[in-house]
Design a protein around this ligand. Structure first.
Ligand code: PGA
Length: 253
């Protein structure tokens, strides 16, 4: 595992943007896996800046797959992850929206949802798999919406959100009752199939999950610990998120 520790969230965004840009330069059609949440926003701001000014970073042939989507929220709902991606990134770069994929949370019925999940997984495989997957981490160690207890071999499927995740995300909704109870998420097995992974974490509230995932045992109780099994996983974290790490082998910048 490579662990890069920077001063703050803005620096983490810039450092992660360097890694994404390097990957895009390696492939004509880079296949990126993307995440939502507060943590990747500085990364997306930096990618927008590099696309529009300075470096002319080109997304015209880039293909993206998002990790997850709430069940029951249409793409027009301001808290849906499709809406988030359009507003935080896609509307501001030269990407072809047809090449951007977010699971469809509006499919009704468990069988139809599983078919949707299988089709999402197949779409990823059909384009040759994800070159670089961007991840955040939940306070409880989740990646995507793979909550503690998720199978480490899982593929895209519906998951029940834990109360702690619903509470953490309630800040974006008018009331706790409006927070969805289910989500479609890539599995941990899907994430492990990506050729490279970057996990971003910033702030003190992530310090325990970061330490458990890097220095604890590989366990479904801390889903991010599965990244210890990945050959090219890089953590880009700030000092606050690194504050509970004990080893002295990490890259401090
Ligand atoms: P956050 O969410 O970036 O909003 O903290 C991360 C996550 O839950 O994966």
């Amino acid at each position: 595992m490579r662990v890069i520790i920077v001063d703050n969230a803005e620096q983490a965004g810039k450092r992660a943007a360097d890694l994404v840009e390097a990957e895009m330069k390696l492939h004509h059609n880079a296949i990126l896996g993307l995440a939502t949440g507060s943590t990747p926003i500085p990364l997306y701001k930096e990618l927008i800046r590099r696309c529009n000014k300075g470096r002319g970073l080109d997304f015209s042939t880039t293909i993206t797959f998002n990790l997850d989507e709430y069940v029951g929220l249409p793409p027009t709902h301001p808290q849906s992850y499709r809406y988030f991606m359009d507003h935080e990134l896609f509307n501001h770069i030269n990407i072809n929206k047809k090449n951007t994929h977010v699971p469809n949370g509006m499919v009704k019925g468990l069988d139809a949802i599983q078919r949707e999940c299988d089709a999402y997984e197949a779409m990823i495989d059909d384009v040759g798999g994800i070159d670089l997957q961007v991840l955040g981490i939940g306070n409880n160690g989740h990646i995507g919406f793979n909550e503690p207890g998720s199978s480490l071999g899982s593929f895209t499927r519906i998951k029940t959100l834990t109360e702690s995740t619903r509470r953490a995300n309630a800040r974006f909704f008018k009331s706790m009752r409006e927070v969805p109870r289910y989500a479609i998420t890539m599995g941990i097995g899907t994430i492990l199939k990506a050729r490279k992974v970057i996990l971003l974490a910033t702030g003190e509230s992530k310090a325990k999950a970061v330490a458990d995932s890097l220095e604890g045992p590989v366990s479904s109780l801390c889903p991010a610990s599965a990244l210890q099994l990945h050959r090219f996983a890089t953590y880009v974290i700030d000092r606050a998120a690194a504050s509970k790490l004990t080893l002295d082998t990490y890259e401090r910048q």
